[in-house]
Design a protein around this ligand. Structure first.
Ligand SMILES: [Zn+2]
Ligand SMILES: [Zn+2]
Length: 462
């Protein structure tokens, strides 16, 4: 009996080996897995995009992406790699829908932040604020994808009083909305798995902020002010306010790689960035009444604050007296003082991406070059960053995370063809009213320099 058992076992092992290896195919043929037979290799002259591989099927050749967490875009390129590392903020699990699209199956009380953003966030903030009003300086983790080694974003508000600070109040709604706007844009969306987002509840004694920096009329926690009411797009934060903000952040025990302050003031629009402080400040309706404008303005300003990007717009329509010295343009990774493509800062992207040297930028029409005609860092006739600006932001992620950057990583995440073709697609879907509002805010931007360096801020310290 025992002998019989051994013989059967040996036979089944041999059978498994035979069937799993399959037949050996002739040159020019491949094994068709579904049928376990050799067929002509139809992939030989078939082209698949970046990251995709060709598979022979009974219906002919087909492009496939290597893992269930990668998908083919319209151009045949695979996008979104490495999702296997995604934890859905430890508040859920990554699953794949029947259509092959990954999503977070979040724990009860949590929801996925946005389509394609694999973070579970609290459905309400009540558990963090004892079901009531959050205390002044309270820092709550909205989502933590890499709690110990991640990229830490902080968002807070100025001019929000106690009544605005309930767990589902005005401030919580504004902050979570802004987080959603930012995280659904690239490259933040692709890097969401490395991001931790913290909300800082900060209580002001009075609503709103100072409408002029020369008088302190509104008692707000971070002491922000509009430069002057006529030039409403420029915001300042006094050193006392910066210190208060930093002390709140310190309490969390985390270092901040980006700080966003929302102003509880509806009258004025746009925003201001302070790259040396990783800081961007916005009125809560940064874009009139159009959400897309607030969304795009945030994208632009965070480009300054997080990526240290410069303004790519020229002088046309500019009404600020003296633009900063031309030589300073060189400190920005997306601006160049030469149009020599052999030595230009972004020369490594030129072979694959549709970038070169387009004249105009840094508040001038001549002698400064930018990578591409259109970019959110130039004007709002697009809702996309150019590849150079995107790469700068990607590098910032890599440097904070201590990862060695290679251009191949960038090409994998943002395949050249896909970047070129998807450019402008979102903008084209906007309504004429939204486009007009984007144009309006664009003109305001062009009228003011709203990115303030450390030296400039110190020169005008109040
Ligand atoms: Zn700007
Ligand atoms: Zn750009």
């Amino acid at each position: 009996m025992l002998k019989m058992y051994y013989l059967l076992s040996i036979f089944s092992v041999l059978a498994m080996l035979f069937f799993s290896c399959g037949p050996t195919c002739e040159p020019g043929q491949v094994l068709l897995k579904e049928k376990n037979e050799c067929v002509v290799d139809t992939c030989i002259n078939f082209h698949c995009g970046t990251g995709a591989s060709c598979v022979v099927t009974t219906n002919g050749p087909k492009c496939e992406c290597p893992s269930p967490f990668q998908s083919l875009d319209a151009n045949g390129n695979c996008y979104y790699g490495g999702l296997d590392e995604v934890t859905c903020s430890s508040k859920g699990t990554v699953k794949v829908s029947s259509s092959g699209k990954p999503y977070c199956d979040c724990d009860s009380g949590y929801k996925q932040l946005a389509d394609g953003v694999y973070s579970c966030v609290p459905s309400t903030l009540s558990s963090f604020c004892n079901g009531g009003t959050c205390s002044n300086g309270k820092v709550i983790p909205y989502f933590e994808n890499k709690p110990n080694h991640g990229v830490n974003f902080f968002i807070t508000g100025d001019g929000y009083t106690e009544s605005d600070l309930s767990y589902n109040g005005k401030f919580a709604k504004d902050a979570t909305k802004f987080i959603g706007y930012l995280m659904k844009r690239e490259p933040y969306k692709k890097f969401a798995k490395y991001v931790n987002f913290y909300i800082v509840f900060a209580k002001s004694k009075q609503h709103g902020v100072d409408l002029s920096c020369s008088s302190d009329t509104v008692n707000s926690v971070f002491n922000t002010c509009f430069d002057n009411p006529g030039r409403s797009t420029i915001v300042r934060i006094k050193s006392s306010g910066r210190n208060t903000l930093n002390s709140f952040i310190r309490r969390s025990g985390k270092s901040a790689h980006l700080k966003i302050v929302i102003l509880n003031e509806d009258r004025y629009h746009a925003g201001t960035a302070f790259p040396s402080y990783d800081l961007a400040i916005f009125p809560r309706k940064a874009g009139l009444n159009s959400e897309i404008v607030t969304d795009i303005t945030l994208y632009h300003e965070v480009g300054h604050a997080f990526g240290k990007l410069g303004d790519e717009y020229g002088a046309s329509g500019s009404s600020f007296g003296n633009p900063p010295a031309l030589s300073r343009a060189d400190r920005y990774p997306n601006l160049s003082l030469t149009n020599n493509l052999n030595i230009i800062k972004w020369k490594s992207l030129i072979p694959d991406y549709n970038v070169g040297a387009v004249e105009g930028g840094y508040y001038r029409d001549y002698n400064v070059w930018r990578p591409q005609n259109k970019c959110v860092m130039r004007s709002f006739d697009t809702t996309e960053m150019c590849p150079v600006c995107k790469e700068v932001l990607v590098k910032r992620f890599y440097s904070i995370l201590g990862l060695r950057y290679s251009i191949d990583d960038f090409k994998k995440e943002f395949p050249p063809g896909a970047t070129r073709n998807s450019f402008q697609t979102e903008y084209n879907t906007l309504s004429p009213i939204e486009k007009a509002q984007l144009r309006e805010i664009d003109l305001k931007f062009h009228n003011h320099k709203h990115v303030i360096s450390r030296e400039e801020l110190e020169n005008i310290e109040y």
